[in-house]
Design a protein around this ligand. Structure first.
Ligand SMILES: Nc1nc2c(ncn2[C@@H]2O[C@H](COP(=O)(O)OP(=O)(O)O)[C@@H](O)[C@H]2O)c(=O)[nH]1
Ligand SMILES: Nc1ncnc2c1ncn2[C@@H]1O[C@H](COP(=O)(O)OP(=O)(O)O)[C@@H](O)[C@H]1O
Length: 210
């Protein structure tokens, strides 16, 4: 049987809609999937660990990595830089591991241009007031930072139609079920597609050596 590469899933949402919680809950059920750890110039929140939640770097370091072509995509979000390491991602996908990118719409566009088979999932909050409550109850950002994120929420949501799937994260377990269904269906479909292509290639090669 042919080796298959991992599938790439992009998950975007306005800050506080629940994308990180949903991805972590899904990964807790599927040890064979991973989330890509981005580089960022944002300061760590209490409890965030370098190399686990993000690779926290200084602005000069981030800019040097851009110049070196290290990022498959990068963007400025809420006044900080965020980027996805090209080699780490490629290496993980080559091992057949499915990977989630928790990135914004700007990064999603850059990835789609380079890897058109990527599956895009957009998470919506049930309302803006619920979004604000979630940012407040997360208890990790100051009032100023929450206001900044709320002011960008509608802009992020205006790009929801660029994604393949939309999930409204109202009831968490329901949203998790929807995310899991999408991911497992896409995974099976792409595995079958890759296997068909490889089988076809094997047949052609066998004929050419007859
Ligand atoms: N383009 C891009 N966006 C990223 C990356 N990593 C995180 N982001 C996005 O940056 C935004 C802010 O992330 P973060 O500071 O962790 O705040 P949170 O979304 O409120 O938890 C979110 O929309 C993330 O999806 C990345 O590597 N590239
Ligand atoms: N369906 C939900 N109902 C209630 N609270 C939720 C739900 N989904 C996420 N949360 C909470 O909302 C806050 C923001 O979620 P988080 O995953 O950090 O969002 P994001 O990664 O999109 O910024 C967290 O405190 C999380 O526990």
């Amino acid at each position: 049987m042919a080796e298959v590469t991992g599938n790439l899933f992009i998950v975007s949402a306005p800050s506080g809609a629940g994308k990180s919680s949903l991805i972590q809950a899904l990964l807790a059920q599927h040890a064979d999937m991973q989330v890509s750890v981005s580089h960022t110039t944002r300061a760590p929140r209490p409890g965030e660990q370098n190399g686990v939640h993000y690779h926290f770097v200084k602005v000069d370091d981030f800019k040097a990595r851009i110049a070196a072509g290290e990022f498959l995509e990068w963007a400025e979000v809420f006044g900080n830089y965020y980027g996805t390491s090209r080699t780490t991602l490629e290496h993980t996908l080559q091992q057949g591991i499915d990977v989630f990118l928790d990135i914004d719409w700007q990064g999603a566009r850059q990835i789609r241009q380079q890897l058109p088979d990527t599956i895009g999932i957009f998470i919506l909050p049930p309302s803006l007031s619920v979004l604000q409550q979630r940012l407040q109850s997360r208890g990790q950002d100051s009032a100023d930072i929450i206001a900044g994120r709320m002011s960008k929420a509608q802009d992020e949501m205006s790009h929801a139609d660029e994604y393949d799937y939309l999930i409204v994260n109202d009831d968490f377990q329901q949203a998790l079920l929807e995310l899991r269904s999408i991911v497992l269906c896409q995974r099976n479909r792409l595995i079958r597609q890759q296997q068909r292509q490889q089988d076809l290639l094997d047949q052609l090669l066998a004929k050419s050596t007859d």
